[in-house]
Design a protein around this ligand. Sequence first.
Ligand SMILES: Nc1ncnc2c1ncn2[C@@H]1O[C@H](COP(=O)(O)OP(=O)(O)OP(=O)(O)O)[C@@H](O)[C@H]1O
Length: 383
Amino acid sequence: MKPFTTGGSAEYRVITFESVTKRFPDGTVAVDDLSLEIPAGKITVLVGPSGCGKTTTLRMINRMIDPTSGTITVDGQNVLDVDPPTLRRRIGYVIQQAGLLPHRTIVDNVATVPFLLGRDKKAARAAALELLERVGLPTAFAKRYPHQLSGGQQQRVGVARALAADPPVMLMDEPFSAVDPVVRKGLQDEFLRLQTELHKTIVLVTHDIDEAVKLGDLVCVLEVGGRIGQFDTPERLLAAPSDGFVEEFLGDDRGVRRLSFVGSEGLDLDTTRVVTSAGSSEVWRLLVDSSGKPSGWLAPGAEGDPLPIGRVFTVGRDSLRAALDSAVLNPSGDAIGVDADGKVVGLAGQEQITGALRGRTPAPVSAGAASAAVSGTASGAAE
Ligand SMILES: Nc1ncnc2c1ncn2[C@@H]1O[C@H](COP(=O)(O)OP(=O)(O)OP(=O)(O)O)[C@@H](O)[C@H]1O
């Protein structure tokens, strides 16, 4: 068995659940025979309806709750063999309301962790200031108290504090749900950016399927009673839900959301309707300027001024969803595909865009930890 050693973020952890059940004293089975392998360095999202056991599952990883039966390991070591304070120093924990100490300044809230880990006060504060900057908070906020910050700002402090011990594993319970949709989107984007630098092993709980497919490298849909509905990549979840429950949970617009995961590089683009001068025609045409950039739409049969263009998408960089958005926002119903310099590459109708999805069901991941996670759980789900 590998030792559960301390270490920096380069030391990746894999978390496994083997036949884990949690039955509370009143008889409620919150988690039922759960087997799950959470890959290192990725974001794994637990999502499902209220009461399906997400929080219980998460809290069993850092021993805020102990399982009734089964085994949870972090990097090969049974968590029950590690005393909770030691375990929690190595596993960051972020909760919905940030959980900040109200009578301490922001910088001290964050500095507490490095201080407890043995750094002197000055170094702990310097580390805290650096972290606050990293999560996008101006240092001017450092001397304020939690109640002087907005919900979104407090949430950033919560993330900074969880990162303060540089834990290889982070548990996040509905971290972005206490804020309005605009702030939430900003926090999510920031979080994804941060993860590209940090590569933590993150387990995130949410009840919001949109958040799950946006943030998760892998998404585990739990059903009430703590059983796995499906554990898969977001692409596969949207393309091939395993049963009626998962399909219903994914919502009515899962087809449209799937478009986000498919690149636009394979789209067949029409160049015959891209023109450099006006003149009449029976079809919609796109007028481009001398540098090849779009300048206006020429309506069929119309002699008047060109109509303004709507949104464009960058071929290869943007997804089919961006292409569809472009099609919907242009008067002809065509998406305008441009290159990195903004020059028109061609046009794509809505049918071509949605047609490009057909036959593109993503194959199951076949290598690496994610595959182990997916296949390992598929058997669990089938039980
Ligand atoms: N201490 C407890 N004693 C008894 N039952 C509990 C206890 N804690 C949680 N439960 C029950 O276990 C089930 C799972 O709860 P849990 O909090 O894990 O769900 P959740 O999916 O996180 O829900 P939500 O999205 O509403 O937060 C629920 O039915 C809940 O009522």
